[in-house]
Design a protein around this ligand. Structure first.
Ligand code: FRU
Length: 529
């Protein structure tokens, strides 16, 4: 409820300014020009203008990946929520489409999911064409202001033209509020064994599973989560899916993602997950520790695509690259916030524990423009890399493999980005503490929030001497995937002048760079598909 009260405050102040505007959605078509502002992500999705938060309704259909998102087009802070819409054929280049869903008399359109109703269980399909069905939360802001508690219910809408236009179901809501204020973010998927649709819904400090045969009538199956896992904040945006266990043919497990705000490992918003079994009725948790999908401060509301063909078989997630602690005050221009890169999620089993590992999808490679190979070298203090690159330096991708020598091994090493103003961003590994970290304490603008600055860490003691880091660094964000994706950390940064230099560093000893590849990345907005 904390989030919602906070959001309400912001809403009241912004509606004073924007109450008379009717949203028409993105206006500019010349993306290359529009997407060139300071801090504008060049390889990540961001809306042309206005406010964006969670990814919604991610679904693949007839060759297109659909990314809907929480959107308020009339301001750069949160307000009456719409579903913005963008599509891609390669998960990298996005084409902005008109707004898909507008707020209505039942409320704002909060987060949710989309499915393709292949068997026409809903009856919305026509002439053999399956409907795309969106399932979302209707948030009654008037009711909230009036102090009511039954303010969140679930509604549906369908599209028969590949998500271009939508019809809301006339009998919405399809799932009424039980009277508890936090009752939101439905993630729906077809459960082939139970032959039912299963909805996973966030309900304050737990999730509820509902089932349906037609997407219109829902009944409660079970609930999960009270007193289990992290509870530093409200549970939001859940997801439930099955993954094969890498290297163990025939073994599959269910993963339950639960986003939480606040209460993340480095403060504020974050994504936790549980691994276990789901029998079509209830989830049985097998995770013993609290597990985080990403330990950086800026990856929230992570959910996955539905309807990816079996022939592809990937489980692909996208998260919102921000944190409710400061999302509404970060110093971007006409837009606020970007999404993470789409990531492929896999499940591994190690030391009797199941773990999610993630890496950017392989389609990222289409953006690679120029490769620089780094030779094997011992780094004693600093190794400058900047002279090899044209400006602007960012966006770039780095793949670095290090070995720690048996004696005189560095206690702290990594990668530094810097500019002529003396600002820098450090991404590295503290050997003594067994922690990966991102240090943005001196990375430029930060006085917009007391919660922004800091050294944020992801604990992982390394067995052996090899350390790998895969980094995608955009104009205002870094995504670190280390130890073959066991570590993911996502953070945003706002230098007062773009980072133009890059170097490797090693403190109190040596580290050997075994191999390094650096790729300059092409902007996704220059040749919009
Ligand atoms: C998560 C969230 C969701 C809600 C949406 C509202 O960031 O609070 O729980 O549906 O944002 O915009």
């Amino acid at each position: 409820m904390k989030t919602i009260s906070f959001l309400l405050l912001i809403f009241i102040s912004t509606t004073l300014f924007f109450s008379s505007c009717k949203s028409t959605g993105p206006k500019t078509t010349d993306t290359a020009v529009q997407y060139a502002e300071q801090y504008r992500s060049q390889v990540h999705f961001s809306p042309p203008s206005g406010w964006m938060n969670d990814p919604n309704g991610m679904v693949f259909f007839e060759g297109e990946y659909h990314l809907f998102y929480q959107y308020y087009p009339d301001s750069t802070v949160w307000g009456p929520m719409h579903w913005g819409h963008s599509i891609s054929t390669d998960l990298m280049h996005w084409k902005n489409l008109p707004i898909a869903l507008y707020p209505d008399s039942l409320g704002f359109i909060f987060s949710g999911s989309a499915v393709v109703d292949i068997n026409n269980t809903s009856g919305f399909g026509k002439e053999g064409k399956p409907a795309m069905v969106a399932i979302f939360t209707l948030h009654d802001m008037k009711g909230q202001k009036a102090g009511k508690k039954d303010i969140e219910s679930e509604g549906i809408a369908y599209s028969l033209d590949k998500g271009r236009t939508w019809t809301k179901y006339e009998k919405n809501p399809v799932l009424k509020s039980p009277g508890t204020p936090d009752f939101r973010d439905p993630k729906v998927s077809w459960n082939a064994e139970a032959k039912k649709w299963i909805m996973t819904l966030a309900v304050g400090d737990h999730v509820c599973f509902f089932s349906s045969l037609n997407l219109k009538e829902w009944s409660l199956e079970s609930e999960f989560g009270k007193g289990i896992g992290a509870h530093g904040g409200v549970w939001e945006c859940p997801d439930l899916f099955q993954l094969p266990v890498t290297g163990k043919p025939d073994q599959k497990k269910w993963v339950l993602i639960v986003n939480i705000n606040p209460g993340g490992p480095n403060g504020g918003s974050a994504t936790q997950y549980f691994v276990g079994e789901f029998d079509g009725h209830k989830f049985t948790n097998e995770s013993t520790d609290i597990q985080w999908a990403d330990q950086g401060k800026d990856n929230y509301a992570t959910v996955t695509f539905s309807n990816i063909p079996e022939s592809d078989g990937r489980r692909i997630s996208i998260g919102w690259m921000s944190n409710w602690q400061y999302a509404q005050v970060v110093p971007t221009g006409v837009w606020r916030s970007a999404m993470t890169l789409p990531r492929e999620l896999k499940l591994i089993s190690e030391n009797n524990k199941y773990m999610l590992v993630s890496e950017p999808v392989k389609e990222l490679q289409v953006l690679r423009e120029r490769k620089t190979e780094l030779k094997s070298v011992v780094i004693k203090d600093k190794l400058e890399l900047d002279h090899q690159f044209s400006q602007p330096l960012l966006p770039i991708e780095l793949d670095l493999k290090f070995t720690l020598p048996a004696t005189e091994a560095s206690s702290d090493f990594g990668l530094e980005l810097y500019n002529s103003k003396g600002e820098n961003l450090l991404i590295g590994y503290y050997k003594t503490k067994g922690e990966f970290y991102i240090n943005r304490t001196n990375a430029g603008n930060s006085d917009f929030s007391k919660d922004f600055n800091g050294i944020h860490i992801s604990p992982l003691a390394i067995n052996g001497t090899s350390v790998d880091m895969h980094l995608i660094i955009d104009a205002a964000s870094v995504e670190l995937f280390a130890m073959n994706g066991k570590i993911a950390m996502t953070e945003v940064f706002f230098p007062t002048e773009g980072f133009s230099g890059i170097r490797l560093y090693s403190k109190n000893g040596n580290v050997q760079l075994d191999s390094g590849s650096i790729y300059k990345l092409n902007s996704i907005w220059k040749e919009s598909k």
